[in-house]
Design a protein around this ligand. Structure first.
Ligand code: NAP
Length: 295
């Protein structure tokens, strides 16, 4: 049976159209425009291009966006002051600090300084706590994007065994919480670098999510025939045939795994576009809550 490609670009397009309609509705009926404020520290090219993509996406759906650019040498006070400026800005509903920061030591403090009601990345401890408790909250964009992609593709999660490779606070861990919550009802196994022989878990999985950040991590021999494979990894590998000198690949051996899986996400064009669409969704949701007191 031919593998089904889960087209994140197309699914994200659906979601973006829904957000655009909601934003237009708010503008017409409630007379406000949701706003996103992004803080970028330093000039890391990958971070710059992520921020630019987020701003273009905002513009396309009618969300106002504002960027605060700080030099790589910006200190703790300067970054905290920028967050506070956006926290206080009435036009801004979502505050996002592009990670990683040049000084990773202060990331926790910076995230905790974001107004939880504007925390559209869903990384603030209060929102993480609400997620764990199953309360309505701003859910981290990549895990929520994966869940939405699986739902919209009609993949059955109830009772499914999902094996997640990776336990980071932005992907693996929150995804494990989302998938195991009541109403989603998947059974989740989380693997990491201390897992002994993760292939013995992946070979039993109905759904595998690879989020490790290493190319060639998941091969065909590790996948049960008919399993669904979600590739979160974004890795740059040298490619002399490209103008940039590199190309993007995921964590999965795409060709060989496609021969055994029933469905698979491509890289690029899989999870990435869903992440950005979820950021727009979270910004619209944060705006509705703040301005209309609506959950
Ligand atoms: P991370 O913080 O570096 O975490 C990687 C996780 O993978 C860690 O839990 C690590 O285990 C585990 N791991 C690493 N090598 C492993 C191995 N050989 N076997 C089993 N587990 C292993 O990375 P991240 O931020 O979660 O990102 C993961 C990947 O997803 C990256 O390529 C990133 O660029 C990509 N990403 C994509 C999107 C998107 O929208 N498409 C969004 C976010 C991230 P330990 O905890 O034991 O170290």
């Amino acid at each position: 049976m031919a593998v089904r490609i889960l087209d994140g670009k197309a699914l994200a397009g659906e979601l973006r159209a829904e957000v655009a309609a909601e934003v237009a509705n708010k503008r017409a009926l409630s007379n406000y425009v949701p706003g996103l404020g992004v803080i970028l520290v330093g000039d890391d090219p990958a971070s710059r291009s992520y921020v630019a993509a987020k701003q273009r996406a905002c513009e396309a759906v009618g969300i106002y966006s504002q960027e605060i650019l700080l030099p790589a040498a910006a200190g703790r006070e300067e970054i905290l002051a920028a967050v506070e400026q956006l926290n206080q800005d009435e036009q801004i509903d979502g505050v996002l600090v592009q990670l990683p920061l040049p000084d990773s030591e202060i990331e926790h403090e910076v995230i905790e300084s974001i107004d939880p009601a504007k925390d559209v990345d869903g990384f603030h401890p209060m929102n993480v706590g609400r997620l764990v408790l199953g309360l309505p909250t701003l859910v981290p964009c990549t895990p929520n994007g994966i869940l939405e992609m699986l739902r919209r593709s009609g993949i059955v999660l109830k009772g499914a065994h999902v094996v997640i490779l990776g336990r980071s606070r932005i992907v693996g861990r929150p995804l494990s919480i989302l998938l195991s919550q009541k109403g989603v009802d998947a059974t989740v196994t989380v693997c990491h670098t201390r897992t002994r022989d993760f292939a013995r878990y992946t070979r039993e999985a109905d759904i595998i999510v690879a989020a490790v950040g290493r190319p060639h991590t998941l091969s065909a021999a590790m996948v049960r025939p008919g399993a669904v494979v979600v590739d979160v990894g974004v890795n740059r590998i040298p490619d002399a045939t490209r103008k940039t000198g590199y190309r993007l690949v995921g964590d999965v051996e795409f060709e060989e795994v496609s021969a055994v899986a029933s469905a698979i996400t491509p890289v690029p064009g899989g999870v990435g576009p869903m992440t950005i669409a979820m950021l727009l969704h979270n910004t619209a949701m944060a705006a509705a809550r703040r301005r209309e007191g609506r959950v």
